[in-house]
Design a protein around this ligand. Structure first.
Ligand code: ZN
Length: 326
């Protein structure tokens, strides 16, 4: 199992998360699958949980698997016997123990996407493999490549998975709520996460990067997450929760996230736009994740979403007993 692949020899290695986003950005009526190769040794890989359309559900995080009977070259860092090389320097988490790496960096999608090799454009797999092997020396010299993602959804799901896991452990081990919170904090602290390139210090992890709106940061990008409801206006959607207040200089302000409709472009974004519209119509409780730097506007704090990939909502899950789990 590996977390990076390429579709042609000079391509920058991408995570399975990135390829899933590129797949979803294609016209739904005519989506093409890609052909993946190991960026280090050139063997062909199978993309798992990547080629699923919206609404089909993805059981596990996207990743790459070897074909039956094939093994990475002896000197490839993804060769099973070399596993220590891959994990060298990377902090462990329960998420990784399950065999899938989580995204450690968030970036915006490039303005012009490179042409990805699709099943109908690949001419010779052998020729590509040989070319990759020749080029892989440069790649190996670069050291560890950090798994990236370009959509807030992947970060939100990674964070939610840790929270979800904690409730299972609480039940199994009869933990107090305090013990569960401590476990979540410890796990998230071990998981590196950098938003863009501008913030690299001890706070670069899933714990400090995810903030509730109570703790505002006016100078660095953060992911603000909260439970709210959606209001639709002519030109925008506003996600808010009157009960949650931002505290600035000991004063309380209301907080909201604004998504202007003119940024909802592309096939992937259309899905988010639909959910916003549906949530507003039905008064759904939503879990909102928003990447940005908020502004103080009069008596409220506003986070304007600059690009739609920096935003994600999902309907709140309700446990059978009626209590909310995330
Ligand atoms: Zn390999």
């Amino acid at each position: 199992m590996s977390d990076l692949a390429i579709t042609f020899s000079s391509e920058e290695p991408k995570s399975a998360y990135d390829y899933r986003h590129i797949y979803l950005e294609q016209n739904p009526a005519n989506r093409k699958k890609f052909v993946f190769f190991c960026p280090y040794c050139g063997i062909e890989l199978i993309g798992k949980c990547i080629f699923k359309d919206e609404g089909e559900g993805v059981a596990k995080s996207p990743h790459f698997a070897k074909k039956n009977g094939e093994e990475h070259d002896n000197d490839c860092p993804y060769n099973n016997t070399n596993e220590t090389k891959i994990n060298d320097g990377r902090k462990k988490s329960f998420y990784e123990k399950k065999g899938v790496a989580f995204p450690e960096k968030f970036v915006d999608p490039p303005e012009n996407e490179e042409k990805i090799i699709t099943v109908d454009t690949v001419i010779s797999r052998n020729a590509i493999k040989e070319e990759i092997k020749r080029n892989s020396v440069n790649l190996r010299n670069r050291g560890k490549i950090i798994p990236k993602t370009r959509i807030c959804e992947d970060l939100a799901n990674t964070w939610s998975n840790v929270v979800f896991e904690s409730y299972g452990l609480k039940k199994k081990n009869d933990w107090s709520e305090e013990k569960r919170n401590k476990w979540v904090k410890n796990e998230l602290l071990k998981m590196p996460l950098v938003l863009f390139d501008n913030f690299m210090n001890e706070y670069s992890n899933y714990y400090y990067t995810f903030k509730t709106p109570k703790y505002i940061n006016f100078s660095h990008y953060k992911i603000y997450n909260f439970d709210g409801i959606v209001k639709e206006n002519n030109d925008s959607f506003v996600i808010y929760n009157d009960k949650i207040k931002s505290t600035i200089d000991d004063k309380e302000f209301s907080f909201c996230v604004i998504v202007y409709k003119n940024i909802i472009t592309g096939h992937y974004a259309a899905k988010i736009g639909e959910l916003l519209h549906e949530s507003s119509l039905n008064n759904y409780n939503v879990k909102c994740f928003a990447i940005g730097i908020p502004l103080k506007e009069g008596d409220r704090v506003v986070l304007n979403i600059e690009k739609i990939n920096r935003f994600f909502i999902k309907k709140k899950q309700i446990k059978k007993s009626g209590s909310e789990i995330s």
